[in-house]
Ligand binder design. Structure first.
Ligand code: NAI
Length: 395
């Protein structure tokens, strides 16, 4: 089968197995070129197949020699449709990790369910004994509550007032105005239920009760703050409310795992092109300008570079992390005053039509399609590929 990208809305509905494998290999190569990390040895990554979770898994394995168990929700190929990118990424990751002698197994299922939690715990007990790092990196559109059965759908909306801003229409490549109406109380509650910290807390509670958290275990989840221009849609919007809840959950988890000397953190990461961020209006335009400024200053980072820096120079380094405050900032380059001043100036110019962003848009599109395995120079896209690629360990 010859696989071409098919773009719909803000996602690509096809993925390329060889391209995804190439992207995973590039990330592995990057980590192997860095200094080894004296870090975790047995790691559970929840949300392990794409974006920040996949990068965390790769860094743990190839940077710190860890055995990893990955949980995610992805689709294998079926009826002539390709698998999702996260499926192909994981197939490639597991093959590379296993060939290099590392333990790597995966569970494909709904991480919000108790069933998947139980399955994960059983596998840890059987094969790893305990884990010393739990990464919680879920970005999901909906969640069914495991106790009440209530279905929650997350929305990306402002709170209080409507918000009008410039955004990029990815279909027409034009800068257009977008107005987002404020969320209702129910939408705020639903977004917090999906993207807040309740499920992370449930995971940690179950893992601890089952005795599968090693003494001194660390857990981390990811957040974003960003600049004032995106506050109404991010920090002060529904997703920001969910992230506040995530941070509050980290404090609760810290208390929960204090008796085993455990520690829980929220890392504030840099804004990056991922499947999750592409769905947020306004943010892609900001991302394009941010990449331009950071690139010029030699400060731009991708997922794997961010996650390597997080583990190597924050979580597992000799320098003590600040005690008490469990927020780690790895968005430091993005938030530098000079960077933000330049991005704001560019933003103004884009809004007044003074500058052309076509090159930035092209760069963004390239990055976006790479998430699905398209656009790598070394991949032969005209060759027939089998869309069915197994994940060897899948449970
Ligand atoms: P992503 O879309 O690349 O990855 C999401 C992961 O969650 C995938 O592995 C997917 O399979 C998994 N997943 C989704 N629903 C699931 C379910 N029901 N059960 C099991 N697995 C499920 O997202 P990304 O961007 O890597 O986001 C991860 C975290 O990082 C999120 O909390 C996000 O808010 C945060 N973050 C993202 C930033 C960005 O710019 N992309 C910036 C800062 C933080």
């Amino acid at each position: 089968m010859i696989i071409k990208p098919k773009f719909r809305g803000f996602i690509c509905t096809t993925s390329h197995p060889a391209g995804c494998a190439h992207s995973v290999q590039e990330q592995i190569n990057y980590v192997k070129q860095q200094k080894p990390i004296q870090g975790p040895k047995k790691v559970l990554v929840i949300g392990a197949s794409t974006g920040y979770g996949l990068a965390s898994r790769i860094v743990a394995t190839f940077g710190s020699g860890a055995s990893t168990l990955g949980v995610f929700l992805e689709k294998p190929a079926s009826n002539g449709n390709t698998a999702t990118a996260g499926w192909y990424n994981t197939a490639a990751f597991e093959t590379a990790a296993t060939e290099a002698g590392y333990y790597a197994k995966s569970i494909n299922g709904d991480a919000f369910s108790d069933q998947v939690k139980e399955k994960t715990i059983a596998l840890i007990k059987e094969e790893l004994g305990q884990v010393d790092l739990v990464v919680y990196s879920i970005a999901a559109p909906r969640r069914t509550h495991p106790v009440s059965g209530e279905m929650f759908t997350s929305v990306i909306k402002p709170i209080g007032d409507s918000f009008t801003s410039k955004t990029v229409d990815m279909n027409s490549n034009e800068i257009v105005d977008v107005t987002l109406e404020p969320a209702s109380e129910q939408e705020i509650r639903s977004t917090v239920a999906v993207m807040g910290g309740e499920d992370w807390e449930r995971w940690m509670h179950h893992l601890k009760e089952a005795g599968v958290l090693a003494s001194g275990a660390t857990t981390i989840s990811y957040s974003y703050i960003g600049p004032k221009i995106t506050y109404p849609i991010y920090k002060e919007g529904t997703i920001g409310r969910a992230k506040d809840h995530l941070y509050a959950a980290s404090k609760e988890i810290n208390k929960q795992i204090q008796d085993i000397n455990g520690r829980a953190f929220v890392a504030v990461n840099k804004a990056l092109v991922t499947q999750a961020s592409a769905a947020i209006p306004v943010v892609p335009l900001y991302l394009m300008l941010l990449a331009r400024v950071l690139g010029k200053k030699g400060l731009d980072e991708n997922c794997i570079e961010q996650m390597y820096r997080l583990l190597a120079s924050r979580l597992y380094c000799a320098e003590k992390l600040p005690s008490g405050d469990h927020l780690i900032r790895i968005d430091d380059y993005e938030m530098q005053d000079d960077v933000q001043a330049e991005v704001s100036a560019l933003w103004e110019k884009v809004c007044s039509g003074e500058i052309d962003i076509i090159p930035d848009l092209e760069k963004y599109r390239k990055e976006f399609f790479k998430l699905f395995g398209f656009g790598f120079d070394d991949v032969q896209y005209e060759e027939d590929v089998r869309e069915e690629v197994p994940i060897l360990s899948i449970k």
